[in-house]
Write a protein that binds this ligand. Structure first.
Ligand code: G6P
Length: 616
């Protein structure tokens, strides 16, 4: 969380930084700020709220200069105020800093700095780090060190505990910047006569597609023409320059009103991209290029562990179901945040997976590191190429769905479901799943984009239903088996973007508590597929109806509900079990989206949330 951009070059810095911050706003939007270095002083503008607020202000009083830093904040230490917004400038006016992360020992450092005469205008941990750098910078100036800014940052970071992605400037070195990271992402963009540093590539691709992904513990000194990376211990690092494959237009709204809407409708293409080239020639199984584990080694695996957060955990839960169902192998899923502290006993021959759209979620990264520390091989299912999780995993599968900007994950989620189903097929075909069953399974997965296309055609009907239910304050989502995690996801989506209290439950479990909530004021959304348990789900619906609870039924074609049981019905195409959660996700996403729109909510930037949670 928090988005940061630094620019050194020949172009006006402020407009470029503001544009970059808009693209990073999904990382936090409590406040925005920019500091431009010109004529030997920092000119700082900061304001609570969105980038657009600050942009208006800067429009009235433009900040001239070609070196600068900017920040969009997701508040951790200190409330949402102008004073707490970044950049922070040291009390001696020498150093300006932007920061993504948390300095855990800030209180102790602050005491020391107060004793040294530094003063503070904000309640943030970041201002402490800024003054700490100024403290070292000042002492180094006495020694006349040439690379003073770099040396000061290096020294200050030795005393800082916690996580950070930082960019630092000094009034004495216009055209120079120092950036470093530990636990928060930071990427260098190498342009023509200009260099950029940002939290992710979306803030960079407007100018260059050549990027260097910084690693934890690295520090970079950059000017408009050069950059040099070292470790905090001053060991030189040879950079790897990567090419970003996506274009700036991939992260633009086009004709859509919201990114969430765009990304829901992009799902057919996203699914095609996620499966492209990943089926065997005989059409009976899946294949993955980046697992870095041979089929023989895979054959020796006896169980799987999946860790993730939020929506990605729901995708893991569906994957658990698919692997157990089609590969008949045991799988465990856990919240990454719990796993890292639970000290879970893991069996030998366990293959560990993490799933993360961004590849930067701190708890998921910590779970990966914990599993690796215990000696397990860890694979990642991840969307953002070059992300920290992708780089630290032993191998993995990229989702290839392009940038996802809406805070509520949609196309990344369904592509995770697809990859999970493909993984189940791959493992299943190594075991008992027959050639014929594999061929049918592959055909089903290949049909997923079209099934999603057909389902999307119902958007107008779903919008009409959504309007009917937009005024409720509580809602239940109920599903069974592979659709239980989709019920969880439906509830999560609804509460994230519309602020309606919603819970997801296994349909039969509803009797053990949630039924107490049921009245005419609490609707239930039931996910009802064809199959052996349809009658059981219908019984649960009857129980809700008997208590006057409104019922929205999302059914597959061919399901026949007793007359009058559902107040509203959405019908999706009948399909193979492996594809069912993908298809069922679509009406659930649309329902939440249209309810949030009907309530006038800021769908792409729900309050208090950030897309990429890089603090604990
Ligand atoms: C945040 C986002 C969720 C996302 C979760 C995990 O909470 O708001 O939409 O599912 O992080 O993100 P990841 O990038 O690890 O999939």
């Amino acid at each position: 969380m928090c988005g940061i951009v630094g620019y050194v070059g020949k172009q006006p810095a402020a407009p470029f930084i503001l544009e970059g911050l808009k693209r990073l706003e999904y990382r936090g939007y409590d406040s925005t700020g920019v500091a431009i270095l010109a004529d030997g002083a920092f000119r700082v503008a900061k304001k609570i709220g969105r980038v657009a607020n600050l942009e208006k202000e800067i429009g009235r009083q433009p900040l001239a200069g070609t070196y600068g830093i900017g920040h969009t904040r997701w508040a951790t230490h200190g409330g949402v105020t102008d004073a707490n917004a970044h950049p922070h400038v040291s009390s001696d006016g020498k150093i300006a800093l932007i920061h993504n992360g948390v300095i855990e020992n800030y209180a102790a450092l602050k005491q020391v700095l107060l004793g040294q005469g530094f003063t503070f205008k904000s309640e943030t941990d970041t201002e402490v780090l800024c003054n700490l750098i100024a403290y070292h910078y000042d002492r180094l100036s006495v020694a006349g060190d040439e690379n003073r800014l770099l040396a000061a940052v290096r020294q200050a970071l030795r005393h800082a505990e916690g996580t950070y992605g930082i960019v630092v400037m000094s009034v004495d070195f216009p055209g120079e910047m120092v950036a470093s990271r530990k636990g928060s992402p930071l990427i260098l963009g190498l342009g023509e006569g200009e260099n950029i540093v940002a939290s992710d590539v979306s803030a960079i691709v407007a100018r260059t597609q050549s990027v260097v992904y910084l690693k934890d513990g690295e520090i970079v000194h950059l000017t408009e023409k050069n950059f040099r990376i070292t470790t905090l211990d001053q060991v030189a690092v040879a950079p790897t320059v990567d090419k970003v494959t996506w274009k700036i237009t991939d992260a633009e709204l086009g004709d859509y009103t919201h990114f969430m809407e765009k990304e829901i409708f992009e799902q057919p293409v996203a699914l095609e991209n996620a499966m492209r080239g990943r089926f065997s020639e005989d059409g009976s199984t899946a294949q993955f290029g980046g697992l870095n584990i041979t089929p023989h080694e895979f054959r020796g695996i006896e169980r799987f562990m999946f860790c993730a957060c939020g929506t990605a955990l729901h995708a893991c839960m569906v994957t658990e179901h698919m692997i157990e169902r089609f590969a008949r192998m045991p799988v465990e899923c856990d919240y990454a945040s719990e796993f890292r502290y639970r000290n879970t006993p893991l069996y030998r021959n366990t293959l560990f997976f993490v799933m993360s759209q961004s590849g930067e979620t701190i708890d998921t990264l910590a779970a990966l590191r914990e599993a690796k520390r215990k000696g397990y091989q860890v694979l990642a299912i991840n969307n953002v190429v070059g992300s920290t999780i992708a780089r630290e995993a032993d191998g993995g599968i990229y989702q290839h769905v392009g940038p996802e900007i809406g805070v509520a994950s949609t196309k990344a989620f369904t592509s995770q479901l697809l990859i999970g189903a493909m993984l189940a097929l791959y493992i299943g075909r190594m075991r008992d799943l027959s050639f014929g069953a594999g061929v049918r399974y592959v055909a089903a997965l290949k049909s997923a984009p079209d099934l999603v296309r057909q389902t999307l055609l119902q958007a107008p009907a779903i919008r009409a239903i959504a309007r009917k239910y937009a005024h409720y304050t509580d809602m239940l989502f109920l599903g069974r088996l592979s659709l239980f995690p989709i019920a969880l996801e439906g509830a999560l989506k609804l509460k994230e973007i519309s602020y309606i209290h919603a819970e997801g439950y296994p349909a039969a479990e509803m009797k053990h508590g949630p039924i107490a909530l049921i009245s005419e004021k609490c609707p239930s959304v039931f996910l009802v597929p064809q199959g052996e348990i349809v009658n059981k789900i219908v019984s649960s619906m009857q129980e809700i109806k008997a208590r006057k609870g409104p019922v929205i039924a999302i059914i597959t074609e061919g399901v026949e509900l007793p007359a009058g049981l559902a107040d509203d019905t959405i019908v999706v195409p009948d399909c193979h079990e492996a594809v069912l959660p993908i298809v069922m996700s679509v009406p659930v996403q649309l329902l939440s989206y249209y309810i949030a729109v009907a309530r006038g909510c800021d769908v792409d930037k729900p309050r208090n949330l950030a897309k990429s949670v890089t603090v604990e």
